[in-house]
Design a protein around this ligand. Structure first.
Ligand code: ATP
Ligand code: MG
Length: 244
């Protein structure tokens, strides 16, 4: 059986892509799968410093983690590469690494930088081109969109869904990266509006305290839908948090 390949993008930087990636990884590890996480371009981290790799391992446990390039400044990868005088990362390099990991693992998670159309090189190529390169190599890539919970997220979710559809790239679903302990009206209404804006199902909501959970794998399983290896039920969650 071939590996599942999931590209994780977000509505913005800092929305919880790394935490969501770790959650999907933890659920798969618990089910006995072999998991690899690839961070093609890590920005804002100096050589030797812990990147998203360290955070994913801390949360999810024993998995393969690969980083293809790291740029020191916290900027879009193309700008960070240019300013550091370093090489750009090409979609072909990413597809090569994904293919290699897919041949030895059951699940390959690829975490993008920032949002979908953030540039990786001076030709304007993005995570979307990396997904395309994997598909063109004959592998089954999907995209998972991590969204913030509150006001302002619906527009970016729609823009991202449109950009994926225009490129004929499959959007598997949306995960709320950080669901507040005390959700307001916008957050509650978004549970119904996020899947509408995405044209894809809501596949989980990670509680805002997720990163500090005692049993992260257990929390991941209860915060992710069956399509992502958990037991979370979108209808039940929306019912519990329905707006007044
Ligand atoms: N559900 C959550 N539980 C606990 N902490 C969270 C959660 N979601 C996000 N955070 C925290 O918010 C910050 C940003 O989250 P995260 O690193 O996952 O975002 P990101 O989208 O991966 O950002 P980047 O674009 O830098 O990769 C981190 O400090 C993280 O620990
Ligand atoms: Mg991250």
């Amino acid at each position: 059986m071939s590996a599942r390949i999931l590209f994780v993008t977000g509505t913005n930087t800092d929305v919880g892509k790394t935490v969501a990636t770790a959650a999907v990884a933890a659920a798969a590890l618990r089910a006995g799968r072999k998991v690899a996480v690839l961070k093609p371009g890590q920005t804002g981290v100096a050589p030797g410093e812990p990147g998203d790799a360290a955070e994913v391992r801390r949360l999810a446990g024993d998995l393969t983690f690969r980083e293809l390039v790291r740029y020191p400044e916290p900027l879009a990868p193309d700008t960070a590469a240019r300013r550091a005088g370093m090489a750009y990362l090409s979609p072909a390099e990413v597809a090569g690494a994904v293919a290699e990991l897919a041949s030895t693992h059951d699940l390959v998670l690829v975490e993008g930088a920032g949002g979908l159309l953030v540039r990786y090189d001076d030709e304007g190529r993005t995570l979307a081109d990396q997904v395309r390169a994997v598909l063109d190599a004959g592998l089954p890539a999907e995209v998972l969109l991590v969204a913030s919970a509150g006001l302002g997220t619906l527009n970016i979710v729609s823009l991202t869904a449109e950009a994926l559809a225009a490129r004929e790239l499959p959007l598997t679903g949306v995960v709320v990266g950080s669901w507040p302990a005390d959700p307001g009206l916008a957050e509650r209404c978004n549970l119904a509006d996020l899947p509408r804006s995405a044209g894809a199902p809501l596949l989980g909501a990670l509680p805002e305290r997720a990163g500090g959970a005692e049993d992260f794998a257990d929390l991941a399983a209860t915060a992710l839908a069956p399509a992502l290896g958990g037991t979370w039920n979108a209808e039940y969650f929306a019912q519990v948090h329905r707006p007044a």
